[in-house]
Design a binder for this molecule. Structure first.
Ligand SMILES: Cc1cc2nc3c(=O)[nH]c(=O)nc-3n(C[C@H](O)[C@H](O)[C@H](O)COP(=O)(O)OP(=O)(O)OC[C@H]3O[C@@H](n4cnc5c(N)ncnc54)[C@H](O)[C@@H]3O)c2cc1C
Length: 561
């Protein structure tokens, strides 16, 4: 059997058996234009299994551009199929692809491997298969690592110079407090991991591509194909500019935080909270090895953690919608004069050197509660579906936890063309994922607001109390850290700790003797805390978060096989 090497995966070249279809990467002379234009038919032709009828259908599709654009404005990038052709396509596609995955980032790559291992025929379409250099998704919480193990992907954090993370250190006004992950009851291998996101994703893509039933293709999905309210597949553009279509009974959209395709599958309420300014610090040692560092700076937190044995990622939060422009030097000035004096002295020089080197990147920090529009044949996953502030590094943990839930739910469905069963399982997915996802989301957004510096005395009292509460140790630190790390993401525990901080903040104002001023400040702290947490919980869905059993769902737990 022949092998093909995908050349645009420089770090981990993917070697694929010739039975897989890689339209983009094949010597074009070996394939006719129609073969390259319609991948589904092409698979058959390539394998020499195409019947005359199938060849005919394939040609018919290529010669008929029957896609109409209906309600594009209101529905997002969704186009409708002409009935006749879609029937032909359904017959073709049913026998070839079970699941189309849009995007092979953290979610898409992990999902491709997971569904491939479950013997689904998967077609992954990813815009850029080369190794990305990004400032996102670089710290995987231990809870996320446990999910990686459940998915059999833990080896993807090996051989990429990933660093073990054992907890956090919080810095505030010259003081610091160490918060260890509660890992005592776990295997010694379990810990957080920090790494270059691109290396991690590339390892997962590589692993998915080793499965003969996973087809990884470089292309940009431009729209979802819909017929009578059911998503039938996608339309995409290859690297060479060819417009192709792919069809499957289930399309899972994992196109990340800037998703163009989410609009028809959810009601996106995106809130831009702040911006992370990312730098890489070289040749320096963090004050506490193997720990994430969070500085409660003014106006907002600074994060640091190792991403390799010689590099430290520094993410400076800039609140609001705007950041100082990079081009005219204002950003460098801001970082040197306002931020540098607040970073720990051990890394200050490396911080200034990194600013002067000029490799400064920015990324918006956005929050978006999951609000799906249940649509037969399609599903959103990852940041396309749900986002939270990245302060707590929860995004990958939520995505991987969702994949575990989805994998278990889909297991009993042998035929994904059974639309009714598929829709019911997918609806159960929205309910089953909620307690874990909404706990991590609520904690991230609430903690970010608590950690912001403010001119409001009540907010500053709350910030101070939160730092002191976490410094108390025992359950006061292990409880919140278990939530943050994804080791024990329970909504009730989150609410208890949040209000324990509020009571602690108010209680100490009353000592040694309460005064009218302290009563008034205490009332403002309570009101301010409520104004932080209740809107987030409302957006997440109080009922789904705390009382998922009251929501109609066909399965409360993944059905036994
Ligand atoms: C600044 C910042 C820092 C973060 N840090 C952390 C952290 O430390 N830890 C953590 O757990 N989370 C972190 N997150 C969140 C984390 O990055 C995301 O939750 C995670 O990457 C989501 O994975 P995803 O697969 O949904 O999206 P992505 O990983 O972004 O993948 C999306 C993929 O889809 C592809 N794509 C997009 N459009 C198309 C298209 N039309 N057709 C084909 N392919 C397409 C893209 O090329 C990309 O490969 C951070 C987020 C931000 C903003």
């Amino acid at each position: 059997m022949k092998s093909f090497v995908i050349k645009n995966l420089p770090r981990f070249q993917l070697t694929l058996r010739s039975s897989l279809l890689y339209t983009n990467h094949r010597p074009s002379s070996r394939f006719s234009l129609s073969t390259r234009l319609f991948t589904t038919g092409a698979t058959y032709i390539r394998r020499g299994k195409a019947t005359a009828e199938q060849r005919h259908k394939c040609a018919a599709v290529n010669s008929n551009d029957v896609i109409r654009n209906r309600n594009k404005k209101n529905r997002g990038l969704v186009v409708s199929l002409n009935d006749t052709v879609s029937n032909i396509l359904a017959t073709e596609a049913d026998s070839v692809t079970d699941v189309i995955i849009v995007g092979a980032g953290v979610s898409g790559a992990a999902l491709a491997h997971t569904l491939g291992k479950a013997r689904r025929r998967v077609h992954v379409i990813e815009r850029d298969l080369s190794e990305q250099d990004r400032i996102v998704g670089e710290l995987l919480q231990p809870g996320g690592y446990l999910k990686l193990i459940e998915l059999g992907l833990e080896d993807c954090v090996k051989k990429i110079d990933a660093q073990r993370v054992l907890g956090y250190v919080l810095f505030k006004d010259g003081k610091h407090t160490k918060l260890a992950y509660p890992l005592e009851t776990f295997d010694s291998d379990v810990a957080g991991r920090s790494f270059h996101n691109g290396r991690f994703v590339q390892r997962m893509r590589e692993k998915a591509a080793t499965l003969s039933n996973v087809r990884l293709e470089q292309g940009t999905v431009t729209s979802l194909l819909e017929e009578n309210g059911t998503i039938k597949g996608v339309r995409y553009r290859t690297k060479e500019g060819n417009e192709l279509r792919s069809f499957a009974p289930l399309t899972i959209v994992c196109d990340g935080c800037f998703s163009n395709l989410r609009r028809s599958l959810c009601k996106p309420k995106v809130d831009r909270l702040s911006t992370f300014v990312g730098l890489v610090l070289e040749n320096c040692e963090l004050p506490f090895a193997n720990h994430g560092h969070v500085v409660l700076a003014d106006p907002s937190p600074i994060l640091m953690y190792p991403i390799s044995s010689s590099e430290v990622r520094c993410l400076v939060d800039v609140p609001g919608q705007k950041v100082p422009p990079i081009g005219n030097g204002e950003m460098a000035k801001y970082l040197k004069t306002r931020v540098a004096p607040q970073v720990p002295t051990e890394v200050r020089e490396a911080f200034i050197t990194a600013v002067e080197k000029g490799n400064v990147r920015t990324m918006p920090n956005r929050s978006m509660p999951a609000d799906p529009i249940p649509t037969p044949g399609a599903l959103l996953l990852g940041d396309a579906f749900n986002m939270r502030h990245p302060l707590t590094g929860g995004g990958m943990t939520v995505a991987l936890a969702d994949i575990v839930v989805l994998r278990d739910l889909l297991k009993p469905i042998r035929n994904l063309n059974d639309k009714e069963a598929l829709s019911k399982y997918i609806e159960s997915f929205y309910t089953l994922r909620k307690p874990v996802a909404s706990t991590i989301n609520t904690l991230a957004d609430a903690l970010y607001k608590v950690f912001l510096a403010s001119s409001d005395e009540a907010r500053m009292e709350m910030r101070e109390a939160c730092f002191d509460y976490l410094s108390l140790g025992g359950v006061c630190s292990s409880g919140p850290v278990a939530l943050l790390s994804g080791l024990n993401p329970r909504p009730l525990s989150l609410v208890l700790h949040f209000f324990a901080v509020v009571i602690y903040a108010v209680g100490r104002l009353m000592l040694p003797f309460p005064s009218i001023k302290s009563f008034w400040l205490g009332a403002r702290i309570i009101s301010s805390a409520a104004s932080i947490i209740f809107p987030i919980m409302k957006a997440e869905g109080v009922r789904q978060m705390f009382f998922p059993r009251t929501i109609a769902a066909i399965y409360r737990t993944p059905p036994s096989q």
